[in-house]
Structures are given as C-alpha cells and as structure tokens.
Design a protein around this ligand. Structure first.
Ligand code: ADP
Ligand code: MG
Length: 581
C-alpha cells in the first residue's frame, strides 16, 4: 500500500475517484432531494440558491441530487461493462494465446470482424438494434471493448505460454486447463488489471456519449451524459446546468487514469527504485575524498582508491562495490575476475560515472583518469572523457548496436561525437573503413551498409570494439567482451584486443569471470568477491601463490588437460567452512 501511494499523483487520483465513488455509494442515505421531482416555479436557479445547493435544471430539478444519482448510474454501468468486457475478452485472449492453432484462428478472426467496424458506429448500431436504454447501452459498450482485452491478453498469453516453465509443465503431463489457469493466468493478470483501469475511464466517457445522444439513460432517469445533453440546450444562458455534469465526468476520468498509472508502476517491479525520477547524466557522488591529482600514483593513467558504490536508500541499500583500489599505467592491462554479481560491471561503469543514479551512488573513494578527478568533474568534462578517453566494450554486442541502422552510420556517429564534427563526409567514411579494417571485418565497403543482424556475434563484437576505438581512447574497458561468444571466436577477439593494445599502447581494463581468459590477456589482476578485492597482484604471482581460498577455487575451475577432477587444492575444507560457490 505504501509503495502504491508513494506517487503523489496516485494519491490525488484516489482522493478524486474515491470521493465520487463514496458519494455515489452513499446516495440512498444522504439527505438529498428526489432527483426526479420537478419544481416548475424554480427552474434554472443558479448554484447557491435557497434549498438548491447547486441550483436547478430546465425542469426545476435539484442538480446536486441528480449529479450524485447520475454519477452512481454512470459508474455502475461503466464498471459492469468493464467487468463483462474484461471477463469475455480475457478468456478469448487466454484461450487463443494458450491453445494457438485453430482455436486462435477462429477466435481472433471473430475479434477482427468486430474490429472491422468503427468503434462508436458499432456501439450505435448495437443500441439501434436492441433499442435505446441503459442496459442496452451497457451491452453495446461491453461488446465493442472485448477486442481490446482479447488482443492485449492474447499477446501476453502467447509469450508466457512459450516460457520454459510452461513447457516443463506440459512435458510433466499436467492437465492443460490447470496449466492455463494456474500457470499462465497469474502472469497475465497484471495486464488485465492495467487494461481494466484504463478502460473504466473510457467506459464512463462512452456511457455518457450514448446517453448524450439519447440512446442510454431515458428520461426522467439522470446519468451524467443525459444531464450534459439537458444542459446543452441552455448552455449560453445558464452554463452551470451543463458544466457541472461535465466537470463531474472530467474528475472521474482523471481520477481513474491517475490510479491506473499508479497501478501500473506498482505492478511492474522494474520501475521500482527509479520509477518517478529518470537517472541523471552521472552517478551521484556522496562524501568522496577529494584527493588531488598530485597524490595519485605517479604515472598512473587510471587511479582508483577505496571506491564504494551502493544501490538504494535506507535499510534496503546494498553495497555493490566495497573499497576497490587499483592503478593502471599506459599500455598495461588489468584483469578483474570474480563470480557473477561480485561487482565487476559496477566498478567498470563507475569509472566514467555511468552507474544509473538513482538507484546507484558513489559513497566513498576517488577516481582519477589522466589526472582528471572524475568524481568532482562537471557533466561537460565527463562527456569529454566518455567515449573519447575511455572506450567501453560490453558483453553482448547486439546490445551496443542499434538493430535498424547500418553499422557504417553508427560508426560515423561515434567518430563525429567528439570534436570531429568538422570532418568531411569522405574523411569520416575513410576513418570508418579504417576502423573496420583494423578489427578485421572483411570487405569493409560492403559491411558499412549492412545492419547488425547480418553479422555473426563475433563480427558484431569486432564492430563494437571498432566503435569503442573510434576516438582513440587512452583506456579501453572491456566488460566480459567474449562471454557471449564461442571459444574459437573468443580466441580471435582476445587476439584482436591484444594486438590493438600493443599497437596503440592502450591501457585496458579486462573483466571476466574466467581466470583462464584473464591470464591470457592481463598483466595484473584483481580478484573480486561480494564487492571487495580479495586478492591483487601480477597475474602469474596470483596464479602461482593464491592467498585467498576463493582465488584457489577460481584457479581450480580452469580446466587443465590431463588433470583429473580431484586436484588437491584444499578445496574440501574450504567448502565445508564457506559453502560451495
Ligand atoms: P558482475 O560482477 O557480475 O558484473 P555487477 O557488478 O553487475 O556484477 O553487480 C554487482 C552487484 O550490484 C549485484 O550483486 C547487484 O546486487 C548489484 N546491482 C547491480 N546493478 C544494480 C541495480 N541497478 N540496482 C540494484 N542493485 C544492483
Ligand atoms: Mg557483469
């Protein structure tokens, strides 16, 4: 509940909508005049008149009383129509998405037929056939909204049905209906609830629309739409008669939509933590030590001291990086190893203050790159560092490339991004072709015009590397660049990185969970576990004389030809005390 009400707009929605619903529910017990009683001598009284708080309408009926009763009717009709449409539509969508095949074809073509008619015309046609009246209006708007639910639920049901846990239940021989209602339905429920919350507002407008046209509530019964129609006749001389029901509709619909937005945020855990504040351009820094450049290790290009990065606030906060220090000289390669979740990526992102904030924040330490104090740098300075002084290569190359833009244009964009905006098109093209040649993409002229899906994973990673090198950075951060690739491609990408490093004297931070890979590329290594550095030093030293039990376990997991599975590295006792990892 607290989470739901965290957004102030949701609270406003709840107050607006809840207030009107409460009034509508209490209508029979409130001391209201009879909404249909006419007072022909007191017609069209303005609001605030004696005995008529909000005035009277064209027949001298009490507007306040009619508004409360009218809201009650409009709400009841809209809610009932929403429930019917949600129930029928979701059932159709669930069955179509789950059973697929001919069930899907028959159901969805039926839905397509309903969709083939313009929305409101279809509702009007249904009422025309059934005859005017509230009940028929309800049926009409329920029917025209069924496709909306059927379509969105089908899409979700289709993707949920393809998930491994559903396949497993199928193979396990569970009854199909049980899988449908116990496995698929709960996963689709949030979609239905969100769709209902947005539809309710629509339904109120539609009910009002049909009544406004005289097809819904019949006189003397009041609903918001028919009151609006009454007011229209005297709009210019007595605007309050039409404005008051209009305002009522407005408040209802705004209230419902605000609640719907809150509901969506609440049901979608991904929005948690940063839901209502987009991440800033740079990681927030709290209480970092302001060491000046002079005190950094002499000759170091990258100098990180006691870096701490935390996520979240208060009791839920987790420290992902806890006091990491290292220094990197030009031409050097630092390996960072550790199991997944040990804080390697967060360390790498923090170097250029790229950790999303909120929820991330730097809580201690200092970072210097080429003498610039990164933690106190302005956004402008950071932009000059990112991509220009520090290049990044990530694990999944397809994530770093836009799927629809030819790679040539993406590379050109990277080239132009940093002070090379004045290069001519031919110069940029030459530079891009050179980059592709350097990373060993054959036939670079043709490759320029191809999109990422036309390359293999290994080639895409080469293109991502080319992009990272576009502005001749001094530091290259490679975050598990080969983890998504198969071993032979991995070998070639590693060779490529090694060659580029030697040729350009690049400093490199190479992250991997595989100590064997790090051994092949890095000079020094730090071993991370749960955010802390448990070991550091030259790669060969660490491999030969591991001091920490965790490092020994990592070393033991490097496969060695000819060695049996029972290498005695003191693992047995470690596992007893620390638990197998
Ligand atoms: P890895 O070593 O596998 O690269 P990461 O550096 O990505 O691990 O993550 C380290 C820890 O930081 C994880 O255990 C995770 O709990 C935490 N973490 C990372 N990103 C977030 C985030 N956006 N919100 C909260 N916690 C995060
Ligand atoms: Mg990672």
């Amino acid at each position: 509940m607290k989470k739901f009400l965290r957004n102030p707009l949701t609270v406003v929605g709840c107050v607006l909508f809840g207030g009107l619903v409460l009034l509508a529910l209490l209508a029979p017990v409130l001391p209201l005049a009879d909404p249909n009683e006419t007072h022909l001598r007191d017609r069209l009284l303005p609001p605030g008149s004696d005995g008529f708080l909000l005035g009277t309408d064209t027949l001298g009926r009490d507007i306040l009383s009619r508004l409360v009763w009218g809201t009650r009717i409009s709400l009841a009709v809209a809610a009932a129509a929403t429930l019917i449409a949600a129930f029928v539509g979701s059932l159709i969508g669930l069955c179509a998405g789950f059973f697929r095949g001919w069930v899907d074809t028959v159901l969805m073509r039926g839905i397509d037929m309903v969709l083939a008619f313009p929305y409101l015309i279809l509702a009007l046609a249904i009422v025309a056939v059934l005859g005017p009246g509230l009940l028929n209006a309800l049926i009409a708007i329920a029917v025209v909204n069924i496709p909306f639910f059927a379509r969105s639920v089908r899409g979700t049901a289709l993707s949920v049905s393809a998930m491994p846990f559903v396949e497993a239940a199928r193979i396990g021989g569970q009854p199909r209906l049980r899988i449908l209602f116990a496995g698929v339905f709960p996963n689709v429920l949030p979609v239905i609830v969100i769709a209902m919350s947005t539809t309710l507002g629509w339904m109120i407008l539609e009910t009002a629309g049909l009544s406004f046209l005289g097809l819904g509530a019949q006189p003397p019964q009041a609903d918001l739409g028919s009151m609006l129609a009454d007011g229209r006749k005297v709009m210019l001389v007595h605007p309050h008669v039409g404005l008051l029901p209009g305002v009522c509709i407005l408040i209802l619909v705004i209230g419902i939509n605000l609640i719907g937005d809150g509901l969506r945020d609440w049901l979608d855990p991904r929005l948690e933590g940063g839901a209502h504040s987009a991440p800033g351009a740079a990681t927030r820094v709290e209480a970092a030590e302001r060491t000046d450049a002079a005190s950094t290790e002499s000759g170091a290009l990258v100098d990180v001291r006691g870096l701490k990065v935390a996520f979240g606030e208060g009791p839920e906060a987790v420290t992902a990086v806890d006091g990491v220090s290292f220094a990197l000289r030009p031409g050097e390669c630092l390996g960072i190893v550790g199991e997944s979740g040990s804080g390697k990526s967060v360390t790498a992102m923090a170097l250029a203050r790229l950790v999303a904030s909120p929820p991330g924040r730097v809580t201690a330490g200092s970072i210097h790159i080429g003498g610039v104090d990164v933690l106190s740098a302005s956004e402008e300075t950071l932009r000059g560092i990112r991509g220009a002084r520090v290049g990044y290569v990530f694990q999944n190359p397809f994530d770093s490339l836009h799927p629809l833009i030819p790679v040539g244009r993406q590379l050109a964009e990277a080239v132009r991004a940093h002070g090379r905006g004045n290069l001519s098109a031919a110069e940029v093209r030459k530079r891009v072709t050179d980059l592709l040649d350097q990373v060993g993409i054959p036939d670079s002229g043709k490759a320029l015009r191809a999109c990422p899906h036309q390359f293999s994973g290994g080639q895409c990673q080469r293109i991502a590397i080319a992009m990272a090198l576009a502005n001749e950075p001094a530091v290259l951060v490679a975050d598990e660049p080969t983890t998504a690739l198969d071993v032979t491609v991995q070998k070639r990408v590693l060779d490529l990185l090694g060659r580029i490093r030697r040729e350009r004297g690049l400093a490199m931070v190479f992250i991997s969970h595989d100590l064997g890979v790090v051994r092949a590329v890095a000079d020094t290594v730090i071993v991370m576990r749960r955010g802390e550095v448990v070991e550091s030093g030259a790669v060969e030293d660490v491999l030969r004389k591991p001091r920490h039990a965790y490092t020994r376990r990592l070393i033991a997991s490097i496969p060695r030809l000819g060695a049996g599975p029972d290498q005695d590295l003191g693992l047995a006792d470690e596992d007893k005390t620390e638990g197998a990892s």
